[in-house]
Design a protein around this ligand. Structure first.
Ligand code: SF4
Ligand code: SF4
Length: 425
């Protein structure tokens, strides 16, 4: 965390200003309504992985409520001792940042169990914004968000590198399909969709193979869908990062934007961006899983599920499933491309977070917290007997790969696109 940008008084003023702006009725209800009944306790993967009071949703939310009272609540400001809110701005904001960033993955699972619908994740999201604005945001997240903005500012330089990389990837796609006609189109005006990958060939090659087989009209984005400013709660940067791709899709007159298998990138563009900009986007936004589901329904892909013969289980990314609404589409595709599919229990809306959500995967100082919080997911995977875990989010993928090693699961982890490309006849 960094605290260099502002003085102690400025931090206080800025924190108050941010809280006054961001604590709307929804967040205020979440701050005020909790009756500490404890019903949500078992819903949190932190608690289920290591049952301690400190790992319960209400304990964590209580830590940030104290800071809120210190900074904004009139009673808390007049009588800080009543709420134990006597810390300096630096102490309070350090605690706020640690709690909001490392002890909650904003997975929203506890809200489902709470009889009052208390949105602990919304409280944490606002507190992340306050911590970031006052100079306490995690450096790694700030750097990654900054790199995405720098890519737009130096687009000409990146374009040359990008085009070189695309040529190499296209060769791999052609070799795989045994056809020099297979293409990875770039800058194709009027293509049906703009496909937005992540950094990494695994989010381009299998998808390009599938699009070529399906004879799709598509073009590849030069940007990637990751938007780490969302994790920071930095709305201005998040808008800038999203706008790079929106402008690209508009310039190419794409009818749709197809987001690769990335949980937060998908929810940010499909559900958050129209709210950020106060208008619907001039194209449809879908996830690639929806496209694969459509291809299979329309008979555009010939598939042999026995190619993926080992037992497979699916981890619902919190962003894609609980927050993004994609629950059945991934299952339909997986069942069409694998021979032995086994569900984890619970799943879909009640799936547990893998422990890496909301940016926890980025910072080395959170490795122990993240691996400990992933124990529950590791137990769920082990119970299925699966040899392959498929998930549609690169952060979950990284975490599940590490969980396999840490807890000796002996499983591989892959994406739905990769399994689909492998099953093509
Ligand atoms: S949102 Fe998820 S990580 Fe955060 S307290 Fe609730 S269950 Fe735990
Ligand atoms: S968040 Fe809801 S379920 Fe959890 S302790 Fe508070 S009121 Fe009870």
């Amino acid at each position: 965390m960094t605290s260099t940008a502002v003085t102690e008084q400025n931090k206080m003023d800025l924190a108050r200003e941010m809280l006054a702006k961001l604590v709307d009725r929804r967040v205020l209800a979440a701050l005020e309504v909790c009756v500490r009944c404890g019903i949500c306790t078992e819903s949190c993967h932190y608690y289920r992985s290591n049952p301690k009071l400190e790992h319960t949703p209400y304990y964590r939310a209580e830590q940030v409520r104290r800071v809120y009272r210190q900074f904004l609540d009139p009673v808390g400001r007049a009588f800080p001792g009543w709420f134990g809110a006597k810390a300096t701005a630096d102490e309070a904001l350090s605690k706020l940042a640690e709690t909001a960033f490392a002890s909650c993955t904003l997975c929203h699972r506890c809200t489902f169990e709470c009889p009052f619908g208390v949105e602990t994740a919304e409280i944490m999201r606002v507190m992340r914004s306050v911590a970031t604005a006052t100079g306490y945001g995690p450096e790694m997240l700030i750097e990654i968000a900054g790199a995405a903005i720098a890519k737009e500012e130096n687009a000409d330089l990146f374009r040359e590198i990008f085009l070189e990389q695309v040529k190499e990837l296209e060769k791999e796609v052609q070799d795989s399909l045994g056809s020099s006609k297979a293409k990875i189109p770039v800058d194709q005006k009027g293509a049906r969709f703009l496909y937005v990958p992540l950094a990494g060939a695994h989010t381009i090659i299998p998808q390009a193979i599938i699009f070529n087989v399906a004879k799709e009209s598509w073009t590849l984005s030069m940007f990637d869908t990751a938007n780490y400013a969302v994790f920071l709660g930095d709305a201005e940067k998040a808008k800038r990062i999203a706008m790079r791709i929106i402008k690209e899709a508009e310039a190419l007159k794409a009818q749709e934007m197809i987001i690769t298998e990335c949980g937060h990138g998908y929810t940010a563009m499909r559900w958050e961006a129209p709210k950020w900009f106060g208008r619907p986007l001039p194209f449809r936004v879908r996830n690639i899983i929806e496209v694969l589901d459509e291809y299979i329904r329309d008979g555009k892909l010939q598939l042999n599920p026995s190619t993926n013969g080992e037992p497979v289980t699916y981890h619902d990314s919190c962003n894609l499933g609980r927050k993004g609404g994609l629950l059945e589409e991934p299952r339909r595709v997986i069942k069409a491309v694998v021979g032995d599919f086994r569900e984890m229990t619970p799943n879909r809306l009640h799936s547990y977070c893998c422990g890496a959500g909301s940016g926890l995967v980025t910072a080395p100082e959170w490795t122990d917290i993240r691996l400990e919080a992933g124990k529950l997911k590791s137990d769920q995977i082990r119970q299925t007997g699966a040899k392959i875990v498929v998930t549609s989010c690169d952060n979950c993928r990284f975490q599940i790969g590490e969980l396999s090693e840490h807890y000796g699961l002996n499983t591989e982890v892959t994406s739905i696109s990769e399994l689909t490309a492998k099953a093509l006849v």
